[in-house]
Design a protein around this ligand. Sequence first.
Ligand code: C2E
Ligand code: MG
Ligand code: MG
Ligand code: MG
Length: 291
Amino acid sequence: NADAAMYRAKALGRNNLQVFTEEMAAKAHEKLLRQEELREAIAHNEFFLHFQPQMNLASGRIFAAEALLRWQHPVHGVISPGAFIPLAEETGLIVPIGDWVLKTACRQCKAWQDAGLPSLIISVNVSARQFLERNWASRVAAVLAETGLEARYLELELTESLIMQDVPGAIATMHELEAIGVHLAIDDFGTGYSSLSALKRFPVQRLKIDRSFVEDIPLDADDKAITAAIISLAQNLGLRVIAEGVETEAQVEFLRQSGCDEIQGYFFSPPLVARDFETLLGQRRVHADAI
Ligand code: C2E
Ligand code: MG
Ligand code: MG
Ligand code: MG
């Protein structure tokens, strides 16, 4: 925080103040550069998607894929979303970027169907800035119409914090999306602050258990308890539940015993480029009706 830095600097004396302000100026400059790069990345088509399969535990089938954004930076190589999405959100660039993701993911899903691969659901992450735009549901409908993908093959992943920013507004948009026929999931479930009583008012079909609860299973008894509680909460609310970040056989075993419906994670497959995902689809039986 700039004020705090300035205050500390003043307390330390003049020379330090100069150092601090130079540092702040350099930071601001760096941020502007990165913002400009991000803007250019859209124009220069530097984004691409990875696809990570989601597997039904009972049938062993792939029924969905999560689209995960990547940036092929001309100098720094492939950059993960964690490194640029916060800036994209802050600057509003997430709106055109998110639009590109939605369209590209829907188009890819439709292309797989047209190529005769068994139909699966495509899951797309949505930012608050996008979701809280006016008429966002009609934007989604327009993308579906444009790409020819049926609404029931699209799932949007919302976070609790997104919903909590404007609960009535979010619920209204969720109902509009529900009316279109799009599926909704709550991503990173358990890390946000949505109250359990609010949850029952959200028209969602799925909960995605956050990776942080899964990673220390079976060693961490608390994480096991939380994960099992989320699974039974989902079951009691009539929601499907998927565990994220599943990496080991022991985690799969625990999740299976706890009644978890689905898994996603390195145990089954990392996120893949479209080509590799197609190869995987060709090898595995796919089934979209699971959702
Ligand atoms: P997320 O939606 O919770 O996605 C899951 C993240 O976990 C992905 O990271 C994925 O690569 C990673 N992951 C999957 N399986 C495993 C595993 O077994 N172990 C571990 N350690 N990690 C695993 P990624 O691709 O870096 O994405 C990070 C986050 O960035 C996503 O978290 C999502 O919140 C955001 N994101 C990604 N793509 C988009 C997008 O198109 N739009 C928006 N708004 N956000 C996106
Ligand atoms: Mg997600
Ligand atoms: Mg997540
Ligand atoms: Mg932990």
